[in-house]
Design a protein. Structure first.
Length: 272
């Protein structure tokens, strides 16, 4: 990390009075001779929408995978609300309050929209799978509550009228919204969205920006966002981190990132 960038990160952290939710310190991941994420450090503040951008192959999804326990870092640490969660497994991280969507949609295609969302809520139920299958108390009561909440989440994403339809039959943009509803069913405090606008038309992308803002406010969330659609990122995010070849090359508010020469060269294109 360059001295100027290190100073930039330190200054931003010092000037912001919001509590730090996530802190990555020296996060590095090697795959053989390839360094996919290289000594990346940043802080995410409570309640902000934090963008992560960069060219294809920059290491963005790998960084998300590190932050959600799908892979382990070669070195470095990740803290969530002050606790070290670097070595926790995905289900442990989800239980702490961190949920995500995926670049490649991972819905249960042959299950209904309602069932997809209900499944995600089982991390917060108490009766267990066996009790649910046998219909033993308190499984029926929990099942009713789970169904009610799932329908509310589907209504939030505009899909309540298709609750019983199979996920495989939905258009790509609808599948994206269903995946967000499923992530919200985990009752997260931090929501990681991996290219949520992928496959959406211009009108859907514009609506998505307002939707993410409303979700952030309604659920009191912190949102981390990977996205290639630059206008969406610049109009939505409070701060943006830029990766290139696995390294953090810029961090700051959208206007500062847009004007950063390293970002223009690596990602946004030479404006001249």
């Amino acid at each position: 990390m360059t001295t100027d960038l290190a100073r930039e990160i330190t200054a931003q952290s010092a000037d912001d009075s919001s509590p730090v939710v996530l802190e990555a310190t020296g996060m590095t991941r090697r795959f053989g001779g390839l360094v996919a994420v290289n000594d990346v450090s940043f802080r995410v503040n409570d309640g902000e929408v934090f963008g992560l951008i960069g060219p294809n192959g920059a290491g963005k999804t790998t960084l998300f995978n590190l932050m959600t326990g799908l892979i382990q870092p070669t070195s470095g640490h990740l803290h969530y609300r002050g606790a070290d969660i670097t070595t926790l497994r995905p289900h442990q991280i989800a239980a702490r309050g961190i949920a995500r969507t995926f670049q490649n949609i991972r819905l249960f295609g042959n299950l209904s929209a309602l069932e997809n969302v209900m499944i995600a809520q089982h991390v917060h139920t108490h009766s267990g799978v066996l009790a649910g299958v046998l219909g033993l108390p308190p499984a029926p009561a929990e099942s009713r509550a789970t169904r009610k909440k799932a329908l509310e989440l589907l209504d939030l994403v505009g899909m309540a009228d298709r609750a019983e339809a199979k996920a495989v039959n939905f258009a790509y943009g609808d599948q994206r919204r269903l995946e967000i509803a499923r992530a919200l069913a985990l009752e997260p405090r931090v929501l990681l969205l991996d290219e949520p606008a992928a496959g959406m038309n211009p009108n859907e992308k514009q609506a998505l920006s307002g939707f993410i803002r409303s979700v952030r406010e309604s659920f009191n969330l912190t949102v981390l966002l990977i996205e290639h659609h630059v206008p969406l990122v610049m109009g939505l995010c409070d701060r943006i981190a830029v990766l290139n070849f696995g390294k953090l090359i810029a961090l700051g508010p959208p206007h500062a990132v847009q004007e950063n020469p390293a970002v223009i060269e690596a990602y946004l294109g030479d404006a001249g």
